[in-house]
Design a protein around this ligand. Sequence first.
Ligand SMILES: C[S@@+](CC[C@H](N)C(=O)[O-])C[C@H]1O[C@@H](n2cnc3c(N)ncnc32)[C@H](O)[C@@H]1O
Length: 200
Amino acid sequence: MNNDPASVREFFGGKADTWDSKYPDDTPAYEAGVGELELRPGQSALDAGCGTGRALAALRTAVGAPGTVIGVDLTPQMLRAAARAGRDRLALLLEADAARLPLRGKSLDAVFAAGLVHHLHDPGAGLREFARVCRPGARLALFHPIGRAALAARRGHTLTDDDVRAEPNLRPLLAAAGWRLTRYDDAPDRYLALAVRLDG
Ligand SMILES: C[S@@+](CC[C@H](N)C(=O)[O-])C[C@H]1O[C@@H](n2cnc3c(N)ncnc32)[C@H](O)[C@@H]1O
């Protein structure tokens, strides 16, 4: 897939209505992934590329009623499916490009991005945008409920060395964008790259 906005919308627009029923058993993995952000009540979190909002309940539970949860996605059908599932009561849902967020600088404590970074047209620019909207010390979780190899096998793809999610590619990209990679886990049952926002 070409990662320009129109192609992303076309690709994911057709998948929105069946997205949740296709992956019904992922909720515990999302809860554990969100847990790695170590959010506290009252904090602010973004779900970037939120899709149907599968992480939003866990994010809301983590920050509680006084906290802020925002879900951003390029594909309106995904956001409509999130709203139909009642997840618009858990978070503010915005149709926007994750690489051009309609958010103030240094306003967030965490960004959760599941299955997003390899869909970004310019992943480095996306990571810089996440850094812009995050406070120093904020956390970023790049997540997927299965690892890269398992995902590639599911899709009939072969992993290539230029995959942005591979640690040798991701670590310097994060560093150049203002993040320090603190944990990298690419196991069969989950992909998690955890990073902390550096000062500056
Ligand atoms: C693989 S899906 C994951 C959805 C959701 N995070 C989940 O785990 O169920 C990727 C999502 O990212 C969205 N997306 C892709 N590129 C985007 C961008 N530049 N800005 C915002 N959303 C984007 C797609 O519309 C799609 O909903």
